[in-house]
Design a protein around this ligand. Structure first.
Ligand SMILES: [Zn+2]
Length: 413
């Protein structure tokens, strides 16, 4: 999805659409190896998953996924759903997302449910409503001998990645969260950067000094990455001249964008698979949520398709290790109240109009009800060993229990 010209917002959307058709879309439309997919539902329940990918589309409700499929279909002049990598998965279900104190969750509370199997109040990272401290499955699996990777296309101290390595009362305590990253000892991290690497006042010990002490290498470019020995604990971050709070959004790429989520997914998969230990790799598409908050359908579509491209990398891994791999793709909540259809042009959806620029959501037939999150259940898709555990209706607190179950690892539940 790389094009080499400078962009205006209008041109960006055009380029995104063109790029989707040229690369993302083309990749999505590879012939489906149906035999692989069918086998997953009837997966032998005596097998246990040794390699687990958990993809979290932040803010990715069912309508966000459907918008991407409708757009890709319209791009080839058809009405319908052009499947994404993960919507081909035969196993799927619905996940309720409410938090302990609100039907409408935030990413910290929903992430805590995914990471620990416990509900908490909005804003809290692995701390319960009464101050209980919860252990994430990433630590449980590390203790059980697995390699652990955490990647996101936003800052690595943001709520969704944070719930897997930190315990903190307030998700906005970015420095306190970041200081818990290196002591985790996890093998691989990747994100845009740290929001407060030296604390709120800029006078704390640098997170980078701490990373070095704990034996982590930092790589900011592919050339730097190549030099790091496979055994070394690693964090990938954007170059210091770039935005520490996010990778370049999928809709705005120019070809000189630094890392993408797919780069992180590919690098993490290689690094975590260096020995025979098995791994748990969480990958977050963090900017679907941001496009949803901005009520930007073109942005949502580009980010969902970008996440699907990262999932495709895990699908390739699954094809090499079909009897040992589990992929789970889900969302922490939906954002924006996105609808396919609106009151202004009933019974019409023209996603192809989004090719002509942003801000055309209403004319294209999309609708939005809020700039915040919404409370309806979100989809979950699963492929591989244990995927049958993710069928039907479940709660977000069930996700880590089912992952550990598929891996044959006892949890704390
Ligand atoms: Zn949000």
């Amino acid at each position: 999805m790389r094009v080499s010209v400078s962009t205006t917002p209008l041109l960006s959307a055009l380029l995104c659409a063109a790029a989707l058709m040229l690369s993302g879309c083309a990749r999505q439309q590879e012939p489906v190896r149906q035999a692989d997919i069918d086998l997953t539902v009837a997966a032998d329940s005596s097998l246990t998953a040794k390699y687990v990918f958990l993809f979290i589309g932040d803010g990715m409700g069912l309508s966000h996924v459907a918008a991407a499929e409708a757009f890709l279909s319209a791009a080839s002049d058809r009405v319908g759903n052009a499947e994404l990598s993960f919507t081909r998965f035969a196993a799927g279900g619905l996940v309720s997302t409410f938090s302990a104190d609100s039907y409408i969750t935030c990413s910290a509370a929903s992430g805590t449910a995914f990471a620990t199997g416990y509900k908490t109040n909005n804003g809290m990272v692995c701390v319960g409503p009464q101050g209980q401290k919860y252990k994430s499955i990433a630590y449980i699996l590390k203790d059980a001998g697995y390699r652990i990777g955490i990647a996101t296309n936003v800052s690595i101290d943001h709520a969704t990645p944070a719930v897997f390595y930190a315990v903190e009362e307030n998700r906005d305590n970015f420095y306190a969260i970041a200081r818990q990253l290196a002591p985790s000892g996890f093998d691989f991290f990747a994100g845009s950067g740290f929001l407060r690497p030296r604390g709120e006042d800029g006078k704390g010990e640098s997170v980078f000094a701490q990373l070095e002490k704990e034996g982590y290498a930092v790589a900011r470019t592919p050339a730097e990455l190549k030099k790091i020995p496979a055994s070394k604990k690693l964090i990938l971050l954007q170059e210091e001249s770039r935005n520490c709070s996010a990778l370049v959004p999928a809709a705005n790429r120019t070809g000189k964008d630094g890392w993408t989520l797919a780069d992180f997914t590919r690098a993490g998969t290689v690094r975590l698979d260096v020995d025979n230990k098995g791994f748990f790799f969480m990958v977050e598409g963090g900017q679907i949520d941001w496009a949803g908050h901005a009520n930007d359908a073109a942005g949502v579509i580009c980010e969902v398709i970008d996440l699907a491209g990262s999932v495709e990398i895990a699908v390739e891994f699954y094809r090499k290790h079909p009897d040992e791999t589990l992929l789970v793709v889900t969302a922490d909540h939906a954002t924006g109240g996105l609808s396919l259809g609106n009151a202004g042009i009933p019974y019409e959806l023209k996603p192809e109009l989004l090719k002509n620029g942003r801000g055309k959501d209403a004319e294209a037939g999309f609708g939005w009800t809020t700039g915040a999150h919404t409370g309806e259940p979100v989809p979950v898709y699963a492929l591989g060993v244990g995927s049958e555990r993710f069928m039907g209706r479940m709660d977000n607190t069930d996700i880590p229990k089912r992952i550990l179950g598929a891996m044959g690892v006892r949890g704390q539940f």
